[in-house]
Structures are given as C-alpha cells and as structure tokens.
Design a binder for this molecule. Structure first.
Ligand SMILES: Cc1cc2nc3c(=O)[nH]c(=O)nc-3n(C[C@H](O)[C@H](O)[C@H](O)COP(=O)(O)OP(=O)(O)OC[C@H]3O[C@@H](n4cnc5c(N)ncnc54)[C@H](O)[C@@H]3O)c2cc1C
Length: 353
C-alpha cells in the first residue's frame, strides 16, 4: 500500500504544480498516471509546440514546461505510479480513500485530487479498414518527436490546427509533406491557413483537397496511401510515403472516474468554484481540465490557480484545527523534503517599520 497526504490522479501540468503547492504546506504527494511519462497533454500531444500564455514565459515549448514543473516539484520528492490507470476508489472508515489501479497497485490518502485532464484520451482514428496493422509502423496519431520524420515522406490528414501546424513545421524537416483534407476549407487559425497556402505556392507542401485517405499500402510498414479525391468526378490514386499521420483530434473519455459517484456534467466533474474545487464527495477535489464550473476555462494557468486553492483545503482536512498562515516564498523560503533550502538573500527582503 502506497500512503501519502494527497493522492493526485493525473501527472499533467496541474498535477505536477499541485506537488509544489502542497509541499509548501508540508504535505506529501503521490501521482498516478495512465501514461508512461509525466506531463499530460503537454508531453503526450504537443511537446514541441510553443505555448505563449504561461505567465512570465513569453514562449515555452510544452515539453520544456513539463521539465520545469518537474524540476520545481522535485524538492518535495513526489512518488509516481506511471503507466497505470486509477480504476476504483473506496472510502475507508477513517475517511481516507484507497485508490486501486488497473494493475492492482493500491494507494491510500486522506485527500484525493483528480487532475485527470481529458481523462484517458484516445485519438480519433479514420475509418480505414487496415489502419490498425500499421499503427507504430508508419501510422502515428500523435507527433511526439518530429525528428522521426526527418528526410521522410509524410502524409498528414486533417483540417484543424494540429494538421496545419505540423504540416508547416514538417515542411522544414521532411523530404516531402502532403496535407490531405476532405474539404477545401480549413478550421485552423487564419495565420496557419495562410502559411500553408504560401508553402504550397513555394512547392514545399502538396495540398490535396477535397480528398480522403481510404487505404494504406505496404507489407511490414507504411509504403503509401490510397487517396479518393472528390472533384467533379470521384477518382482514386496512390501517394508513396513513409508515414501517414491522421490528426483528427482526441475523443476525451473520463474513463473509470465517471463511475466514482461524482457529479458529472458534459464529461467533466462538477466542483465548488466559490471555495476550493471540491467535488460532491468531501475529500475528493477535481482540478485542471477535468473539472467544470460556471466560466471554466481549460487553460494551464487556471489549473495552477485551482491547485493552489485546493491545497489550502487539503491542509485543513489533514491538519484539523491547525491554523496555517500563508507566507510568501520570498519571505519564508522553501524547505524541500530532500533537505534542501532555498531562500531569498536577506538584502532583498527589507522590513518596513
Ligand atoms: C494541441 C494543444 C495545444 C494547447 N495549447 C495550450 C496553450 O497554448 N495554453 C494553455 O494554457 N493550454 C493549452 N492547451 C491545453 C492544456 O494542455 C491543458 O489545459 C492542460 O494540459 C491541462 O492540464 P491537466 O493537468 O489538467 O490535464 P492533462 O494535461 O490532460 O493531464 C491529465 C493526465 O491525467 C491522466 N489520467 C486521466 N485519467 C486517469 C486515470 N483514471 N488514471 C491515471 N491517469 C489518468 C492522463 O493520462 C493525463 O496524463 C493545449 C492543448 C492542446 C491539446
């Protein structure tokens, strides 16, 4: 049995920042994530994309943000159960919870923070009869490392931001980029659509619209795709390629958490946003993309804020009757559980008499 103060389900940016905020309150955290690595959507879906709305970072790659969050929380020595999905929760007589994963690992804590984001997310796959045979053999639904596509011939399918952005990015990396979309209009940012148009005119992206990939060619791995083009007459043709990347978005599923007796609205967990993002079950909080309340925005910085407030209530549950006086880190410093101490040089903290 793994025991901790706050059991965090989901090691995305919200879960990782919770470790830091809890650490300031001397609370220990353990994180469970179904993915094999921390970082949530940032690591799994768009590690190489720059984010522009993280306070104080004019621009930071999503993968680098994950690294920074890990560096920031390291001093509070979080535990990790990675590659396992939190499946069941049982309330104990002492009001603590036991959470068991699909692999049978048990965790016990007085407070559970669900930071499960979109839940166990699955990419939307095109209906191509033989696509499953080529998964990870040239068919990828998520681009994790663009280097995989260096000097390779790539076919991307999709009409949203991901398809546009990756076509633009890979036009500098791959030997050939073909973007296929079933309509002539794209749903992405205007800038990206214009950029793709420019790259098409410069011969750096082949654009095939309105068209659909209807088959994959190859034996052991992808050798090409069969495309059906719908113009005046429907015609089929083949494109030779090394990779086929359908980017049709993700279909979010809350997964097993949906059966935990929590109030759910539109695939998200309802919380009390006037106080601390607690769910209808006392002791269970939901923070980050996974929750919903009036005015909710699914943004990383909102998850950080929610994590900070939630930790204050977790402190009160874990230390009943004890008063906590919030102090700035610049004043109190930061005492890591690993014995490290960070503090501002005294000269920069002046007392006002
Ligand atoms: C392409 C793209 C671009 C984006 N750009 C921006 C941007 O510019 N700025 C911005 O603020 N936001 C952006 N976002 C949104 C941002 O990524 C999310 O708001 C953020 O990741 C939410 O963090 P989170 O920790 O709440 O959830 P997530 O990052 O989704 O992490 C949740 C984790 O929980 C795990 N999990 C779920 N259920 C279980 C379970 N039962 N057991 C174990 N683990 C579980 C999942 O595996 C996942 O790792 C973007 C999103 C995408 C897809």
């Amino acid at each position: 049995m793994i025991k901790t103060d706050i059991l965090i389900i989901g090691a995305g940016p919200t879960g990782l920042f919770t470790v830091f905020e809890a650490g300031l309150l001397r609370l220990k955290c353990h994180l469970i994530d179904a993915l094999p690595q921390p970082g949530g959507q940032c690591s799994e879906i768009y590690p190489k994309k720059p984010i522009y709305d993280i306070p104080a970072y004019p621009e930071i790659l999503a993968g680098d943000l994950t690294d920074k969050l890990l560096e920031q929380c390291k001093q509070f020595e979080p535990g990790f159960t990675l590659g396992e999905r939190a499946d069941t929760i049982e309330k104990q007589e002492d009001a603590s919870f036991i959470v068991t994963t699909n692999k049978g690992t048990k965790h016990q804590a007085p407070v559970v923070a669900i930071a499960g984001g979109l839940g166990s997310f699955e990419p939307r796959k095109p209906l191509i009869h033989n696509i499953a045979n080529f998964e990870d053999k040239g068919v990828e639904y998520i681009i994790k490392d663009p280097e995989l596509y260096r000097n390779k011939r790539v076919v991307i399918a999709g009409g949203g931001d991901s398809a546009l952005d990756w076509s633009i990015f890979l036009s500098d990396v791959s030997s050939e980029v073909t973007l296929i979309h079933r309509r002539n209009e794209f749903r992405g940012h205007l800038d990206s659509v214009e950029k793709v148009q420019e790259l098409k005119n410069a011969g750096k992206i082949n654009l095939v619209t309105p068209a659909e990939v209807i088959g994959i060619l190859g034996d052991e791995k992808v050798a090409g795709v069969v495309v059906k083009q719908a113009e005046h007459i429907e015609k089929e043709f083949e494109i030779e390629c090394d990779h086929f990347i359908p980017l049709f978005g993700l279909s979010p599923k809350l997964g097993p958490i949906a059966n935990w007796g929590l109030e759910i609205e539109k695939n998200a967990i309802k919380v009390d946003n006037s106080l601390d993002y607690q769910t209808n079950i006392p002791g269970i909080f939901a923070i980050g993309d996974v929750n919903t309340y009036p005015g909710k925005l699914k943004l990383i910085l909102c998850g950080f804020h929610e994590a900070t407030l939630m930790c204050q209530s977790a402190y009160k549950i874990i230390n009943p009757g004890k008063r906590y006086v919030m102090k700035y880190t610049t004043v109190a410093g930061v005492d890591g559980f690993d014995g490290t101490r960070k503090e501002a040089p005294k000269a920069v903290v002046k007392k006002i008499e």
